[in-house]
Design a protein around this ligand. Sequence first.
Ligand SMILES: *[C@@H]1O[C@H](CO)[C@@H](O)[C@H](O)[C@H]1NC(C)=O
Length: 367
Amino acid sequence: MAQSSSSKGNERRRVWQQLQLSVVVILVLIQSSFALDDIYNPGPHDADVFEVEQDNTVQSPKCRKVAGTPKPAGVSPPNRLFVGVPKQSGTYPVIHLQHAFTMKIDFYTQLLYHVATYGYIVVAPQMPQISLPDATMEIADGADTLDWYPNNLEALLAEMFPNLKVKPDLKKVILAGHSRGGKVAFGLATGVCKTVLAPNFVGVIGLDPVDGTGPGKQTTPKILPLSPYGLKLPFPTLIVGAGLGDDKAGINPPCAPLGVSHDAFFSNSAPIAYHFVASEYGHMDYLDDDLDGVEGVIANTLCRNGPKRAPMRKFTGGIITAFLNATLYGNSKALDQAILNIPGAAPVKLDTPQITRTITESVYASS
Ligand SMILES: *[C@@H]1O[C@H](CO)[C@@H](O)[C@H](O)[C@H]1NC(C)=O
């Protein structure tokens, strides 16, 4: 009798323990599935964004038709930089981000931070702010900064974080650019000006990239061949468009006119290429919330913008990390989920995402 009641008690305890265990397992599962999906908030790494002063003695670079040599060790970068970096020892791929027309790299800290928390080193060089219609000098300038990385980026990170071993993996360089900076990134990708790192390019990202002032009005150097798949890049492409980029802001012409912006960059990209468009957001919604100075006024007024920037910035940071995971590590789970475009899953409303998987398969919408 006593024994049976105690064994009943044991049984109950066992069931109870199993129940508790299952609850714990379920909670862990839920949490880990959230962690996988939630690319739109900062990732697993602690991260930092810091500024690096430029070498003021540097002359305007030449647009090299043949790659030169890396810059020597121990020199300052040819351009002022903002660097986003994970604060944890490790070796991380490098993303080289070119900013938008007349903008400051100071305006990209939130995006830099977001991507760095996923285990990437993001470097944004400041371009000359008064730029001519011809973007060749900016492409040369971008190449000049890339030439600085091999002998200096690792040392810079060692100096910034003496207690950590944070290293750049310069075998994996991803080019990225916003607006005119998108044109510059594709100019680097297509070799308009050469850099020693060109053989290590493994992907290119355009954030509302712009190649001119209107359909048929490309600025020099023309980057878009204006033919399907004509860019013929040997690595994957991600295009993130802003649906309002083609709208006027008051009397100002559109900042990203269709025909020379995200639509054309996508249709001109060879497989594999991805195209996401946030229909209700504008050309400058990739930037930080608080923008100072004249450049801030320009960013806030020159282009048609969305209701607020945070959702677009979070979407962009998230989709970049999803693209990088697919491109660099073959893990396309997050990207596949984004392509499904489940309502409410992303922080912005999206047009139907597009992918070009193969040329024969042609461009198709996935859902
Ligand atoms: C990237 O892939 C790794 C493993 O391959 C995974 O643990 C991580 O959650 C993925 N991150 C994103 C943002 O998809």
